[in-house]
Design a protein around this ligand. Structure first.
Ligand code: GLY
Length: 350
């Protein structure tokens, strides 16, 4: 088992290893005085892992209630959020009780936001069961729901009190959902660490999962401790996301987040190379590794439509949008570009 300590507004451990779920009650009892726990998960995870989780929590002396909602991004909305808050109130959870998010990014974001709001803030624990949640969304305290105007437009910074990552849960993931997590892992390499990317080229994530997750969480720990509230350095974690979100949105979410981020990284890198912003060779290097991981990089959408979709992203400030651009492999920087220039990026990046 590996432990990474995160020092944000609060300090907490991220523990990573095989078989941790069946001991989650013990780990959670070490960080809380809660008597009641509300376990939150979607229907897919409920069928797979809630029984073991509840058994472990009850064996540790907690009284447990369970809130289950339909899987998928479409559930990360105000209706499900309010149902969860009402459920917590009906079950009389108090300020000292605890929420546990068991699942992927949707469950973690929604549960975390409910924890941030219920009784003006209660503690919560993240138990990520997807690779993407393990390496990114379960750590760092970003919580949110989607509204009609866009993804993650309503939320709060609310750090978990513990993150328990049982790598055994990754074995039941669909290939494409696993690949979504790989996109975020390759992103860490592109933004911060060329050596890591080199290793990922010859050794697939699945062959050294625990080390890969630990390394990504260590990078994220450093970023979050420097910029918990996303006012500077943390923005680099959005490499590929502005373009990726645009593609996700115009595909009406048919293209998954990870596939869209992979395409976004490739598109921005190609455009940056053409504009002389990054070193020559970055485009070929990145595309080679993304193709090795099975990401499709050709999508037939018009640059105009992509630019318009990107402009509805929340990172827009007046006439400029902040884009994360590579300067070389393993190093990215922020660049404010005029909104007019976005179409050119999508054209050059094809
Ligand atoms: N997922 C990006 C961040 O946590 O800032």
């Amino acid at each position: 088992m590996k432990t990474v300590k995160v020092n944000a507004g609060v300090s907490y451990d991220v523990i990573i290893g095989k078989g941790l779920l069946s001991d989650c009650g013990k780990y959670i009892s070490e960080i809380t005085k809660a008597k009641k726990i509300c376990l939150v998960c979607d229907d897919t995870v409920d069928a797979l892992y809630s029984r073991d989780t509840i058994n472990s929590l009850e064996s540790a002396g907690f009284s447990v209630c369970k809130f289950v909602f339909e899987h998928g991004e479409k559930s990360k909305n105000a209706t499900v959020f309010l149902s969860l808050l009402n459920f917590l109130a009906e079950k009389h959870l108090s300020r000292s009780d605890l929420l546990v998010a068991l699942g992927g990014g949707v469950v973690g974001d929604l549960t975390g936001f409910a924890a941030a709001c219920y009784l003006r803030g209660v503690d919560f624990v993240q138990i990520p069961t997807t690779l993407l949640a393990a390496v990114d969304s379960s750590v760092g305290g970003k919580t949110a729901i989607d509204i009609e105007a866009g993804k993650n437009l309503v939320g709060a910074f609310h750090q978990p009190r513990l993150v328990i990552c049982d790598t055994n849960t990754l074995s039941t993931l669909d290939r494409d959902i696993y690949r979504d997590g790989c996109a975020e892992i390759l992103k860490y390499g592109m933004v911060y660490d060329k050596d890591f990317l080199e290793k990922l080229k010859t050794r697939h994530v699945s062959e050294w999962e625990e080390e890969v997750i630990t390394h990504c969480v260590e990078i994220k720990r450093d970023v979050v401790s420097e910029d918990e509230f996303d006012r500077g350095a943390r923005a680099l974690l959005n490499f590929g996301h502005t373009a990726g979100h645009a593609l996700e949105a115009i595909s009406r979410f048919e293209i998954s987040h990870g596939a869209a981020v992979a395409w976004g990284m490739a598109t921005v890198t190609r455009a940056c190379e053409a504009l002389g912003i990054c070193e020559k060779g970055c485009d070929e290097y990145l595309r080679d590794i993304l193709v090795k991981y099975g990401f499709p990089l050709e999508y037939d959408y018009e640059p105009d439509a992509l630019a318009n979709s990107a402009l509805s992203d929340k990172k827009r400030t007046g006439d400029t949008v902040t884009l994360i651009v590579p300067s070389k492999i393993g190093k990215c920087v922020t660049k404010d570009i005029n909104t007019d220039k976005l179409k050119e990026i999508f054209t050059l990046g094809r």
